[in-house]
Design a protein around this ligand. Sequence first.
Ligand code: DCT
Ligand code: MG
Length: 399
Amino acid sequence: RWFTESMQAGRPVAVETRHYIQKPSSKLKTALPATSKPTVSQYACQRRTTLDNQNKIFTDAFEVLAESNEFLDSRGQCLAFRRAASVLKSLQFTLRSLDDIEGLPCLGEQIKSVIEEIFEFRTCSKVEEILRDEKYQTLKLFTSVFGVGPKTAEKWYRKGLRTLKAVLAEPDIHLNKMQEAGFLYYEDISKSVSKADAQAVETLIKDTISYYSSDTKLFLTGGFRRGKEHGHDVDFILTTPEIGKEQALLLFLIDKFKNLGILLYSDFQESTFDIQKLPSCKFEAMDHFPKCFLILKLKTGEQTAGVQQNQNDSRDWKAIRVDLVAPPADRYAFAMLGWTGSTQFERDLRRYARKERRMLLDNHALYDKTKHAFLEAQTEEEIFDLLGLEYIEPWQRNA
Ligand code: DCT
Ligand code: MG
């Protein structure tokens, strides 16, 4: 889910006053005359992005273009469209003319021409073409299965497969455990999870951990922490004050779920985190904390948005994707910041740290390359502070 970042040159640029969306840094305030235009930063971590997207018509188009480039493995192009979408999502007004994008960052010529076409025709021909494209449609279908990424989807497409049924009927294809579960519970987990479902899962896990110890804490993270009404899964961080007991806590939970008969799938990943090795640790994609990717059986009571039940299906439950991560208590702030997302926000936090502060940030730590030292933090606010950034609330991180 993380991309190698191609750096975009340039600093925050000036836009008209009515487009003002964030306070300029104190440095800019003193350096520029009072009449100067405020800025929209090229970094998502210096913008406040709520769920109130005023430019959906443009950002939807960019997301299709980004996804199609992701399928083509054109990472640079994909990122360029994602960055453009992210900038437009942060605006508190709807674009009305090309003048409105004057001075905004991350909007190159290619992006501008898409915007221009949408102004004129309310649609973009390239996007329409992609949406009609059989390959795009097929890859989109295949990657909607839990455990199937673009590479596998492409492989299946090349075999001439076009439907999920055809994949299941193909004798050459050997699904791994994750994909097997993905197909088995496809109907449920391909639909989005509602906030009510997320809350029901939260209650369920809280009740279960209370059997472990009273000082274990559960925190909702990911999209639901950012205020989203729907998500593809529910993400949680678990902490225990006893350092070294995180893994045991996760295994206890998995075992309890099994005994309760609600564990449909579990992929437990052991901790590979070693604080001793941190200075030489590469700041790579997936973090090293113990975690598990689960599919749980959630009872569909009145409080949850139940599955549309057809006559043949008298189930009173639905399958839900749940991710649990259990960092050591002293790594909590970094893990929480990393898992809250959005992905674009995280990508830019790391890029900002590296390019603007000569620091390395990941889900475990913040390292200052100038001081050759790790900077400790107990809260997300402290991390923003160490990076010299204004604090951005989770609901403003929907970049
Ligand atoms: N994340 C991370 N490390 C990874 C993968 C993801 O730190 N290797 C972060 C980015 C977002 C967050 O974890 C949760 O991931 P998702 O569930 O994929 O994102 P989401 O924003 O919660 O999206 P959705 O609402 O669809 O679940
Ligand atoms: Mg999520």
